[in-house]
Design a protein around this ligand. Structure first.
Ligand code: FAD
Length: 459
């Protein structure tokens, strides 16, 4: 038991996950009379909002990740164990991990979210997702591998499928990656692939709802759609991809878009941890918590960030799954844990919305601030760059990202397009990093059978 953690006179706070929420909580507890134990399966903190830039070769993976031990160097009450949490046993105050059991006095679950494939098996098997650094690197390699393959094939439908990129989900991730791919088509690919007719390559953003950037203002929705279309992205609203097999993304029983490259950014579920009673896990797999982030029915178990389902009058569907929510919940919980230890009443969580933004391409971003303040274009773009640069963890990462962005801006180039992780769908792993057995034979072979109806995709 306890995986060689030192015995302490202070209560032990075990935090599962070192994302935005877990990292902020562990930092806020640095002077508290507690032993802080962070468990994460990765030994780095991953800055997810910039994953799409790694996927499209604009940033190095190293500049959006930071080693956990380095972040906490010098924090005396901090301990880290690299492990996968398999189960919690709240009746015994124990966490079962891949490296052994860890006892706790207070448990904080900050495990974030997982891609939601809505139970569509063909999409889960064959689509690419963008939730982790390995996902982003796989995506980058896969797309460039397919351009190499497109050079070799004589079959027009196969070539079209290799070149087409379908992005499903018109939220910020879908918009950002579509814009970035369209820019790559305009500025980067013609230099690298002069033999390919890139007019054939289509970037298609498919959204089930009536607008992109659903939760943002109407102005942001309209402007981002216009920006995307100016870049040549085909935006298909009110359309759902129902299955993806044999290099065809079907949006009805017979109609499809030919593509090898389907990026699924259509939704997430909470990354719940087994062991909690089913009644505290909501439909979206988020864990139901009260206004102190305490898990319903438990005195010493808490959940924060994406995995926490905090329903309030203003937010009847739960707090948005955003980094500032995770960070603000962590800050309050650090204070509340110390209040609880002093037998004082905890404070209720109130989300302070400082604004939301999304970038489409260079000089084009949309920003919504509280009190209906909206701006876009180059001012929005500078704001987006500044906020993301400032929130990156680590000075080195800020400098490297700044240099990479400045280089891309002045050269219209994205330098990082090496296929260093040759990728096949046989390598697909789930979000827990485990190989999925069912993927072993799932590489979709291109099926040259004549299509029933081919989607009319205009440019
Ligand atoms: C592509 C993308 C773009 C985004 N863009 C934005 C944006 O622009 N603005 C914004 O505000 N938000 C954005 N988000 C959402 C934002 O990243 C999340 O809201 C935020 O990361 C939530 O923080 P968290 O700490 O709850 O979870 P995470 O940051 O996801 O951290 C969870 C941590 O838990 C670890 N973990 C999970 N399960 C286990 C386990 N069983 N055992 C051990 N470790 C485990 C994981 O390794 C991870 O380190 C984006 C998300 C994605 C995927």
């Amino acid at each position: 038991m306890d995986t060689n953690l030192p015995v302490s006179a202070h209560p032990r706070v075990v935090i599962i996950g070192c994302g935005f929420a877990g990292l902020r909580l562990a930092k806020e507890l640095r002077h508290a009379p507690v032993q802080v134990v962070v468990i994460d399966r990765n030994n780095y903190h991953n800055f997810q909002p910039l994953l799409y830039q790694v996927a499209t070769g604009a940033l190095e993976a190293d500049s959006i990740a930071y080693p956990i031990r380095k972040i906490f160097a010098g924090q005396k009450n901090f301990f880290y164990r690299m492990a996968d949490v398999q189960r919690v046993a709240p009746e015994r105050n124990v966490v079962h991990t891949s490296v052994g059991d860890i006892r706790y006095d207070y448990l904080v679950i900050a495990t974030g979210s997982l891609t939601n494939f809505f139970g569509i098996e063909s999409i889960e098997k064959n689509a690419m997702q963008i939730k982790s650094i390995p996902n982003a690197l796989n995506l980058r390699s896969f797309i460039f591998q397919n351009f190499e393959k497109a050079l070799l094939t004589e079959n027009p439908e196969e070539k079209q499928a290799l070149l087409n990129i379908v992005v499903v989900g018109g939220g910020p991730t879908g918009v950002e990656i579509s814009g970035s791919l369209a820019e790559m088509r305009r500025h980067v690919l013609p230099k690298d692939y002069p033999e390919l007719d890139l007019k054939q390559m289509q970037v298609i953003l498919v959204e089930a709802g009536p607008a992109v950037l659903g939760p943002m203002s109407a102005k942001s929705q309209q402007e981002s759609k216009r920006y995307l279309e100016e870049l040549g992205v085909i935006v298909r609203l009110n359309t759902s991809i129902k299955r993806f097999e044999n290099c065809r993304a079907y949006y009805s029983d017979t109609e499809y878009i030919p593509t090898e490259n389907l990026i699924w950014a259509a939704g997430v579920n909470g990354a719940e941890v087994p062991g909690l009673p089913p009644e505290v896990v909501a439909r979206n797999k988020r864990i139901s918590v009260n206004r102190w982030n305490q898990v319903e029915g438990f005195q010493n178990v808490f959940a924060i960030g994406d995995v926490a389902n905090m329903v309030t009058e203003e937010m009847p569907r739960g707090m948005p799954m955003l980094a500032p929510v995770a960070q603000q919940q962590a800050e309050l919980l650090a204070d509340n844990l110390q209040r609880i230890m002093r037998n004082e009443a905890p404070k209720n969580f109130e989300y302070v919305n400082k604004g939301v933004m999304a970038i489409v391409s260079r000089n084009k971003a949309v920003v919504d601030l509280p009190k209906d303040v909206h701006f876009s274009g180059i001012l929005g773009w500078f704001t987006w760059l500044f906020v993301h640069l400032m929130t990156l963890v680590g000075f080195r990462n800020k400098v490297v990202a700044f240099v990479d962005w400045a280089f891309s801006y002045f050269s219209s180039d994205q330098a990082l397009r090496l296929i260093i992780r040759p990728f096949s769908r046989r390598d697909v792993k789930d979000d827990q990093g485990k190989k999925k057995a069912e993927h072993q034979n799932s590489t979709p072979e291109y099926n040259p059978a004549p299509p029933a109806i081919q989607t009319p995709v205009a440019r």
